[in-house]
Design a protein around this ligand. Structure first.
Ligand SMILES: *Cc1c(COP(=O)(O)O)cnc(C)c1O
Length: 393
């Protein structure tokens, strides 16, 4: 039994590629080539070099002494917040821009909600001098002005999605439409472990650098490659997939996925996808998603823009269904409190997404000699206004 993907593109019963006929050639080209390309020595070399010199990897594995003392256990933070552009997302966009180049693509499209993935994509397009078009809901463009400005400075064109609720799902539809119309020269950079096969697997492999580093860093510090727990927040699931990746089949390493409960799991305003979700198809993948009884996708809510996605990647749906990972839902209030606590105890202001993972210590008690690794997926600069409004700073 493996918890990783099988050769048909499924994690257990989840995954696959449920796509319109018109998209088939694009997805199939990627499926046939991605593993071959990733295995090329020149690809690996260039990827590793960029992660080192451009992203700033390896990101430290930091022993959080004061947090550990407070909760009487050994807590390590994987510092993805220190990456260039401030989060883990750049690991994936660096990988995909190299993939696009190897596939001979000259034009990049992406969708973005809060703008974080749009910025990470615009960044690597600037790095490589490749045309970049980011689709973004009109409402999100108005809400996320600083990220829109960043993308423009980086040379990307931000195209508003004007239909539907004018948010992420509509931006995704526009990006897919663009890809259908430009199958030869364009690569679509998806921002998490979602979408049709092979995207979830490809993105997980690019993010797997996170657990690859944790293994040797922990060996240096604790004499073992295996922690007792790995904990990460889950929106689409890419930072968690990266932190879990090399431990998926090591069942003595316990995995905890933290989802956003928003104003409460059963408040009607939440993004606790696994717990509330039912099997369905979203963005080309069979997975768990929040939907009404007649199959309409429910609008998700979380105080953190990066976690309010109505679905979850198929790897996580399988980890949930199989019981391999424990899923915990954290409310806005619990996350904000944990974010403030990390700031005061360790001098690290986390992204609100990451704050959700730190709220685990209010829910769960660990043993004094447990080694607990938390993936600190991003830094809090982008969330300062949210923190200011919430705490009346
Ligand atoms: C986007 C984002 C997330 C959520 O995305 P995943 O694919 O679930 O990792 C989490 N943390 C930060 C800092 C983000 O920017």
């Amino acid at each position: 039994m493996t918890y990783n993907i099988n050769d048909k593109g499924y994690y257990g019963e989840f995954g696959g590629a449920y796509i319109p006929e018109m998209l088939y050639p694009n997805v199939e080209e990627l499926r046939q080539n991605y593993l071959k390309i990733m295995a090329e020595p020149s690809f690996k070399e260039e990827f590793d070099q960029l992660l080192k010199d451009y992203v700033g990897r390896p990101s430290p594995l930091y022993f959080a002494k004061r947090l550990s003392e407070k909760y009487n256990t050994k807590i390590y933070l994987k510092r993805e917040d220190l990456n260039h552009t401030g989060a883990h997302k750049v690991n994936n966009t660096v990988g995909q821009i190299l993939m696009a180049q190897r596939l001979g693509k000259t034009r990049i499209i992406a969708e973005t909600g809060a703008g974080q993935h749009g910025v990470a994509t615009a960044t690597v397009c600037a790095l490589m001098g490749i045309e970049c078009i980011v689709y973004m809901g009109e409402i999100d463009i108005a809400r996320q002005a600083p990220n829109v400005a960043r993308m423009k400075m980086l040379g990307a064109v931000v195209r508003p999605a004007l239909s539907g609720s004018r948010t992420l799902k509509d931006a995704t539809n526009e990006a897919i439409r663009d890809w259908i119309n430009n199958p030869v020269d364009t690569h679509y950079i998806i921002g998490s472990v979602v979408g049709p096969h092979p995207y979830p697997d490809m993105v997980a492999r690019f993010q797997a650098i996170v657990s690859e580093e944790i293994q040797w860093q922990l060996k240096d510090k604790e004499g073992t490659t295996k922690p007792d727990y790995v904990i990460a927040c889950v929106g689409g699931g890419s930072n968690a997939a990266g932190a879990f990746y090399h431990y998926l089949d090591d069942t003595d390493v316990k995995l905890i996925a933290v989802e956003a409960a928003g104003k409460g799991i059963h408040s009607g305003e939440s993004a606790a996808t696994s717990i509330l979700g039912h099997e369905g198809i979203i963005h080309g993948s069979k997975t768990l998603l929040m939907q009404t009884n007649d199959g309409q996708i429910t609008e998700p809510y979380s105080i953190s823009a990066g976690l309010d996605y109505p679905g979850v990647g198929p790897m996580h749906a399988h980890l949930y269904k199989s019981g391999r990972a424990e899923f915990i839902a954290i409310t806005d209030d619990e996350a904000m409190k944990a974010g403030l606590e990390l700031s005061k105890l360790e001098g690290i202001i986390p992204a609100i997404e990451s704050s959700h993972a730190f709220a685990i210590f209010d829910q769960k008690t660990f043993k004094p000699d447990d080694i607990v690794v938390i993936n600190l997926s991003g830094r809090g600069d982008k969330d300062l206004q949210n923190y200011i409004d919430y705490f009346k700073l």
